[in-house]
Design a protein around this ligand. Structure first.
Ligand SMILES: [Zn+2]
Ligand SMILES: [Zn+2]
Length: 265
């Protein structure tokens, strides 16, 4: 088991020290960790707020790996996809090597949903549909990633009573996303940070999304805690491993040098 999605002090919104993360992961009997700090171009209000010094982060990871030889420590990035950022992302990707790349959407149409200032003009169907359509637009044009991060992020901070992105309601946009992921050999993420108490409620994961991904040929779903603090590392991994088995998946996944590594669930 590897926690493929974590943030350190290299991310603007985290102060986690790498050695503290490594010790916590070992205590929790998880065999590996991937540090995926935020790299978002074109953040609203402050375009460079969510970027970091990739070389410095990777140097620190190399040193950490030497200090913790029994732990698998991976070099990752959570790249922020937006239609306007794709050229910059391609250029960045051509300059750096990673073990694992998560593509995630954090900003929509120039707004930051985390601060709630996206949802105003829309009902839940419109808001979630816009988010999914923008993801589809990006992954049709940018393929140099391994894992699609938190496809349901937009429900995490949503002010609506409905906080589920279900196949039933959003199948028309989820279907082509899942199909493209499966065809391209990409991985879907269960991001366990989403399914905890949020400001307006607890978002729900529709298991039909996982089942449909499996039916379409998706081989594995990755588990990521999206931890910004040590105590959240590996959160709910036992529960979601069982969920994945119940949905027909037999293998878990992480990536090393951008190559998929499967392990039995
Ligand atoms: Zn994210
Ligand atoms: Zn994250």
């Amino acid at each position: 088991m590897v926690d493929i999605h974590t943030h350190t002090h290299h991310s603007t919104d985290s102060r986690m020290a790498m050695d503290k993360a490594a010790e916590t992961i070992l205590e929790k009997k998880i065999s590996g960790i991937c540090f995926t700090d935020h790299y978002d171009f074109d953040a609203p209000h402050d375009a460079n707020l969510f970027t970091f010094d990739i070389e410095a982060q990777q140097k620190e990871i190399d040193a950490l790996q030497k200090n913790y030889p029994s732990l698998l420590v991976l070099k990752g990035v959570e790249i922020g996809i937006q239609p306007i950022s794709l050229d910059n992302i391609r250029e960045l990707m051509s300059k750096h090597s990673f073990d694992l790349v998560i593509a995630s959407m954090h900003f929509v149409r120039g707004t930051d949903p985390y601060h709630g200032n996206f949802y105003g003009p829309y009902n839940y169907k419109e808001a979630y549909s816009i988010y999914l359509e923008e993801i589809l637009y990006c992954i049709e044009r940018f393929r140099d990633y391994d894992i699609l991060g938190h496809f349901d992020y937009i429900a995490r901070y949503a002010p609506y009573p409905v906080q589920e992105i279900s196949m039933k309601t959003f199948g028309d946009i989820l279907e082509p996303i899942l199909q493209l992921l499966a065809e391209d050999g990409k991985t879907l993420e269960i991001n366990t940070k989403t399914y905890q108490q949020q400001k307006h409620g607890i978002p729900v994961l529709d298991l039909n999304v996982l089942r449909r991904f499996r039916e379409l040929g998706g081989e594995a779903v990755a588990l990521g805690s999206d931890a910004h603090k040590p105590e959240r590392l590996g959160e709910q991994f036992g529960y979601y491993t069982q969920v994945l088995k119940d949905c027909g998946f037999r293998y878990g996944i992480f990536y090393k040098e951008r190559k998929p590594q499967f392990f039995k669930l």
